[in-house]
Write a protein that binds this ligand. Structure first.
Ligand SMILES: NC(=O)c1ccc[n+]([C@@H]2O[C@H](COP(=O)([O-])OP(=O)(O)OC[C@H]3O[C@@H](n4cnc5c(N)ncnc54)[C@H](OP(=O)(O)O)[C@@H]3O)[C@@H](O)[C@H]2O)c1
Length: 242
């Protein structure tokens, strides 16, 4: 199998995907906006290149010759990083540039990382629409992310076979690689009709995922695609010991 191209390779998910791909012997083209900011990224089998996920020409240029692409880009890294003031069109523009650029480059597979806030809660609303469960300051970011998912769906019949893997629950940076994960649908796992797991007072049964296991799921969907032109949730379930 040839290499993969990772957009957002300097971020938490991008680094985890790069590491997972390398353990499987896949070469990685690591796309960042400014390579001099990432002197630690280059390694055996990893080529760091400059690129912009918002520019279809840039995407096509860095993606050509790869078997698959990963979208692990985010315009904000957390609550203290301008998450309340993101460009509402960021993820739509990224979806368009990726679908157009990968199509031009002949790269037929895209695995995108989603956001749990647009999974459905037990009342049928998206989590982001529940003001009790979801902080209002994060809502603009979540809406922008959701618009990007909608754009992928609108353009679902094009040449690029995409899947969005949405981490359900807490995504733990530095958490262990178990090599396992569960795949759900549109609902937050644990609600009626999903995994059937129930949460107790210690958090046991709650959906959760490490970045490392997210990366396992991402690389699985590149190496052996199972889901096509769809969004699914990806999660593990706390056993009460963590
Ligand atoms: N529980 C959940 O649902 C959950 C939790 C956390 C994250 N996520 C999602 O997971 C994905 C990855 O998040 P993360 O935590 O890995 O984010 P992160 O650590 O902030 O990394 C995001 C990366 O995107 C890059 N980037 C920003 N704009 C770019 C552009 N125009 N072109 C190319 N790269 C660009 C940034 O690199 P440069 O600035 O150097 O370009 C940065 O390294 C996001 O979609 C995020 O929303 C979901």
């Amino acid at each position: 199998m040839g290499g993969i191209v990772v957009f957002g390779a300097g971020g938490r998910a991008g680094r985890a995907v790069t590491a997972e791909a390398r353990t499987r012997g896949l070469t990685v083209t690591a796309v960042v906006r400014e390579p001099t900011r990432y002197p630690d990224l280059g390694a055996r089998g990893v080529t760091v290149v400059r690129g912009d996920v918002l520019d279809a020409g840039s995407v096509a240029g860095v993606a050509a010759g790869h078997v698959g692409a990963v979208h692990a880009v985010s315009p904000a890294s957390g609550p203290d990083d301008g998450v309340d003031a993101v460009d509402p069109g960021f993820f739509v523009q990224a979806a368009d540039a990726l679908l157009d650029g990968l199509g031009t480059a002949g790269v037929a597979r895209l695995v995108a990382v989603g956001l749990g806030a647009n999974l459905l809660g037990t009342d049928g609303r998206m989590v982001l629409d529940d003001p009790v469960a979801f902080p209002s300051a994060l809502r603009p970011f979540a809406l922008a992310h959701t618009a990007g998912l909608d754009r992928l769906r609108e353009r679902g019949d094009g040449p690029v076979d995409w899947v969005m893997l949405t981490p359900a629950g807490f995504l733990e940076h530095g958490g262990p690689r178990t090599g396992r994960y569960r795949v759900g649908g549109e609902r937050v796992p644990g609600g009626a009709g999903e995994s059937g797991e129930r949460s107790d007072g210690d958090g046991a049964g709650r959906p959760w995922l490490s970045y490392a296991d997210l990366a396992v799921a991402v690389v699985d969907e590149i190496e052996a695609p199972v889901r096509h032109r769809a969004r699914v949730s990806v999660f593990n379930v706390r056993d009460g010991k963590r």
